[in-house]
Design a protein around this ligand. Structure first.
Ligand code: SF4
Ligand code: SF4
Length: 361
């Protein structure tokens, strides 16, 4: 019965995102889910649901299902929130979702270490099994540029502004960066020195994370301070490639799993949607090389006596080069074309499927 429930769990998770059928998946699944929790996970429909619906589906008592769902929500294995006096639950994909929820508390319990080892082993084995990294046909992520780096004359869309998301979201939660924390749990020497409490969550996701003690509620002012700190450190604002978003990660290329998927692509610029590119002023540039060192995708190369060479295929328009230039010799300017992201996750899924079919996959 145990083996069958975990086999079904793999199929369930594959319907919600990319999953590799390898022994490490089952080892990780057993670390994360008890057989009872896996069975409940397999019965979860799309969208929000009540324990009564799962009880009907599984033949279990409603009280029993509620107890299991509560324990799962506490462990970051599903989401939960209250609307109009009714408590709902919702399934989450492995990533972005369950993997991240495991490390957002930033704690170092025995279970945290065990889960980190299991997820890390699965990720590495999945990468080896793929041999050639899966090609990104349509970007699932996008970059929100460092705000103050955009040319003052550019008309900035609200979906390209961190400030617009902060102003329109309630509540807002900050959590520990799960990628950097997972790395630390696996190897305590694997640190890059970047700020840790910088992952920002909005609305329903924030509500869930605050309620379960996984994230910390912050005011709009503190949220903007955290974004400014992340920008100064050279972190990149990365979100899902939709206009409506429930998180903005502040990512380093050395640890971020989403970033690493993009960096192995032949043209990283095509794998992360972005609306801007840098423009250099040769009259102001002192050829100091700071922007070259800060660029997270190695898109810049120093040239003797001139502004750095810029590689269009590698640039993701993050603005990290701009915010580091003391001479103010770089600004972000709009790219030519329409780079409006799909409205929501459903529209993103449909667009990704359509583009894959067009590309013959
Ligand atoms: S950081 Fe500014 S001044 Fe230094 S090389 Fe880059 S553009 Fe030139
Ligand atoms: S050159 Fe590098 S740092 Fe500058 S916008 Fe492009 S990716 Fe970001």
């Amino acid at each position: 019965m145990d083996d069958e429930v975990y086999r079904q769990l793999r199929e369930t998770m594959a319907r919600r995102g990319r999953v590799t059928d390898i022994p490490e998946f089952y080892e990780m699944a057993r670390t994360l889910f008890t057989p009872e929790q896996a069975e409940i996970q397999n019965a979860m429909p799309a969208g929000r649901f009540t324990p009564g619906e799962i009880a009907k589906e599984t033949g279990k008592s409603e009280a029993g299902v509620t107890a299991i769902l509560e324990a799962m929500a506490d462990k970051g294995l599903c989401m939960s929130f209250v609307r109009d006096g009714t408590r709902y639950y919702a399934a989450a994909p492995l990533m972005p979702g369950i993997f991240e929820y495991q490390f957002m508390r930033g704690t170092k319990t025995d279970r945290d270490y065990e889960i980190a080892r299991a997820i890390n082993a699965y990720r590495k084995a999945a990468a080896r099994a793929a041999a050639i990294p899966p090609r990104v046909i349509y970007p699932g992520t996008r970059v929100i540029p460092v705000g103050k780096t955009i040319n003052a004359e550019a008309a900035v869309q609200t979906f390209d502004q961190v400030l617009a998301y902060v102003e329109s979201s309630e509540p807002i939660a900050v959590t520990t960066c799960y990628c950097r924390h997972e790395a630390l749990l696996v190897d305590e020497n694997d640190v890059c020195g970047m700020p840790m409490e910088v992952c920002m969550q909005f609305r329903t996701t924030a509500e869930y994370l605050i309620e379960r003690g996984i994230g910390r509620r912050v005011s709009k002012e503190e949220a903007m301070d955290i974004f400014r700190r992340a920008e100064e450190a050279g972190l990149v604002h990365v979100a899902i490639n939709t206009q409506r978003i429930d998180f903005i990660c502040n990512c380093c290329p050395c640890h971020c799993a989403m970033f690493q998927d993009v960096l192995v692509q032949p043209k990283p610029a095509e794998a992360m949607l972005h609306s801007y590119i840098p423009s250099f002023d040769a009259g102001l540039c002192t050829v100091c090389g700071t922007c070259v060192d800060r660029c997270p995708t190695d898109a810049l190369t120093l040239r003797d006596g001139n502004v750095p060479d810029w590689n269009e295929d590698r640039c993701i328009g993050c603005g990290v080069c701009v915010s580091g230039c003391q001479e103010e010799a770089i600004t972000l300017v709009e790219r030519v074309g329409d780079f409006t992201p799909p409205l929501n996750r459903m529209a993103l899924g449909e667009t990704m499927m359509k583009k894959r079919a067009e590309a013959g996959f």
